[in-house]
Every structure is written in C-alpha cells, then in structure tokens.
Design a protein around this ligand. Structure first.
Ligand SMILES: [Mg+2]
Length: 141
C-alpha cells in the first residue's frame, strides 16, 4: 500500500474518531460511580466499608483468575500450535483452582455457601431445560 493510500485511511479514521479531549470529557461526565462511591463513603460505617471491600477484592480476584484461564487457553494456539499439552492442562488446572478459590471466597463474602450456588444453578438450568430456554438472553428466561 502506498503512503498516499495510508494517509487517506488515516484521514478517514480520524474523521470517525471523536476528538480525544471530547472523549475524555464524555467519560468523566458519564462516570456516575464517583458520586455514588463518595456518597457511600460519607455515610457508611467502617464495617460497611470493610464488608464491601472484601466483596470487591474477591470479585476482582475471581475476574483476574478467569482472565488467567483465558490467557492460558489463548496460548494453546499462540505458543502451542493448537496442541493442548499435558503441561498446559496442568497450568489450566492451577488457574481453575484460582477461579474456584475466589468463587468460594466471594460466595462466602455474600453470605452463602458454595452448595447454595451449585443448587441455585442446578435449578436454574433444569428450569431452562423445561421451558426450552437454554438459548437466548436474560437472567430470568
Ligand atoms: Mg492464577
């Protein structure tokens, strides 16, 4: 591709993208969580803050470990040529353990036991099978 063609593509792209400062201003205007956090912190007790922080911590850990699983799976293709080796399976086993650990931690921070999660999910899946709604969108289908 010639330099002129690249220049044309870059100009078309810059026409599509909002101005960076405009974009940053838009995100600041839409960041309603900041006021919500400030309002919460002003009125919350130390116990409320500790409880919510533990829930946030476990949630972020769960998301992080799930991301690590996905990254390892990606590497099956990127570094392993699409071959799922025993070494990679062992690494995935370890990452799934991280997911399980944070799942249990978050479950308990929410006041449940892991059995509650499995039972709730079991009933949910059975209900969707009975209603023929395994496909589709929505938590309550
Ligand atoms: Mg991990």
């Amino acid at each position: 591709m010639s330099k002129a063609q690249w220049r044309d593509i870059e100009m078309e792209w810059s026409d599509l993208m909002p101005d960076l400062k405009e974009y940053v201003a838009m995100t600041r205007g839409a960041a309603i969580y900041r006021d919500e956090v400030d309002d919460f912190v002003e009125t919350a007790s130390v116990g409320d803050l500790a409880k919510l922080t533990k829930i946030f911590y476990a949630s972020m850990g769960l998301s992080g470990e799930a991301g690590e699983v996905c990254n390892k799976v990606k590497k099956i293709l990127r570094d392993g040529g699409g071959v799922l080796s025993n070494e990679m399976k062992t690494k995935l086993l370890g990452e799934l353990g991280g997911v399980a650990w944070y799942l249990v931690a978050l479950t308990e921070e929410l006041g449940f036991e892991i059995e509650d999660v499995l039972e709730y999910n079991y009933e949910q899946i059975l209900g969707r099978q009975a209603r023929n709604t395994l496909k589709g969108d929505g938590d309550d289908r």
